[in-house]
Design a protein around this ligand. Structure first.
Ligand SMILES: Cc1cc2nc3c(=O)[nH]c(=O)nc-3n(C[C@H](O)[C@H](O)[C@H](O)COP(=O)(O)OP(=O)(O)OC[C@H]3O[C@@H](n4cnc5c(N)ncnc54)[C@H](O)[C@@H]3O)c2cc1C
Length: 317
């Protein structure tokens, strides 16, 4: 007979690992699939200064190693694999992953599931953007704005997020330039007005970023912009670039299994519950608003507690 797990957690970012710590301490021996990015988004950043408990800050990879170590200490189990398919149509739920050995895909069964697959920042797709990621290129003003006190920064995008990021950055930066490929913003009128009225914000209209400059210096020194109408190229000097062109929730494998929002986020009912009893969700995969490690961890805790209660309520059924 196949083993049926009490709970499988899909994802090993702050949400998944916090859910693992809580379900493990509740004696549920969770099985965690760590996926394509073990440790999640924070493993791609250097210093994290806003996670409580670390007054001097902590590097993203170190924080995530500690969370995994903590979960392992309470007997959480890990499969360092990406889930390629799920079947939530009947219980026990089924989770399938390809094996690195090239053997046929394997399927695991579980009474409950916690989804914590996170989201990815939409990028411009430039090699220079990758080279300078974390060296002036960021996707989170709340996380990194503090490092740009009295500096000149650019924000790329034209929607609400871009305006919110630009407005937030004016608390630190001396100048914030919004780079937008059109001559009009998509953002709501109220945010547009706030940005237009802020003397620290200006706009590079009809402009696309061809290259992030500063690879030789090892930090962002400017942008190579192209005018979308004339095709003319110009160099724009700045110390940082914030991407605000959107996020992609990692929900490909849940399409057809769970209702998703138009943007692909998992729809949450009643705290951390999804449309299917026994399937819970935590972190950025269901959160378009906060996108912080601490909020992901908090919802991981909530999902674990909701899951534990649900398992107790259904008993051995
Ligand atoms: C560069 C950068 C810097 C940041 N800095 C800060 C900061 O200073 N402070 C802060 O609070 N927040 C910061 N954030 C935001 C923070 O990282 C996220 O809010 C947080 O990581 C979200 O946690 P999560 O667990 O929901 O998802 P993620 O961290 O995105 O983790 C998702 C997990 O799901 C796994 N996964 C995905 N698909 C599958 C699959 N098919 N099968 C199995 N597993 C899968 C991935 O491998 C990963 O382990 C930063 C983000 C970035 C990108």
């Amino acid at each position: 007979m196949k083993d049926i797990h009490e709970v499988i957690i899909i994802g090993s970012g702050p949400a998944g690992l916090t859910a693992a710590i809580y379900t493990a301490r509740a004696g549920l021996t969770p099985l965690v699939f760590s996926g394509p990015t073990p440790g999640g988004q924070l493993t791609t950043t250097s210093l994290v200064e806003n996670f409580p408990g670390f007054p001097e800050g902590i590097t993203g990879p170190e924080l995530m190693d500690k969370m995994r170590e903590q979960a392992s200490r309470f007997d959480a189990r890990f499969e360092d694999l990406a889930v390629t398919a799920v079947d939530f149509s009947s219980r026990p739920f089924k989770v399938t992953a390809e094996l690195p050995t090239g053997d046929p895909p394997r399927t695991w069964e579980s009474k409950a599931i916690i989804i914590a697959t996170g989201a990815a920042t939409k990028k411009l797709g430039l090699p220079s953007e990758e080279a300078l990621w974390g060296r002036g290129v960021s996707a989170c003003a709340t996380c990194d704005g503090f490092f740009f006190r009295d500096k000149k920064v650019a924000v790329v995008g034209g929607g609400d997020t871009a305006m919110e990021e630009a407005l937030f950055l004016t608390k630190f930066a001396r100048q914030v330039t919004v780079v937008h490929r059109r001559d009009k913003l998509r953002a709501s009128q109220i945010l547009q007005q706030r940005a237009f009225n802020n003397s620290k914000i200006d706009f590079a209209w009809n402009s696309t970023i061809q290259k992030v400059l500063g690879e030789e210096e090892g930090r962002v020194t400017g942008l190579l912009l192209q005018d979308t109408i004339t095709g003319a190229l110009r160099e724009f000097s700045c110390d940082g670039l914030f991407l605000a062109i959107g996020h992609l929730p990692n929900t490909e494998i849940f399409k057809g299994q769970l209702p998703l929002t138009e943007d692909g986020y998992i729809i949450v009912h009643d705290r951390t519950k999804t449309a299917i009893p026994g399937v819970f969700v935590a972190g950025d995969v269901a959160d378009q608003h906060y996108r912080q490690a601490i909020t992901a961890a908090a919802t991981g805790c909530m999902a674990a507690m909701d899951c534990e209660k649900w398992l107790a309520s259904v008993g051995s059924n």
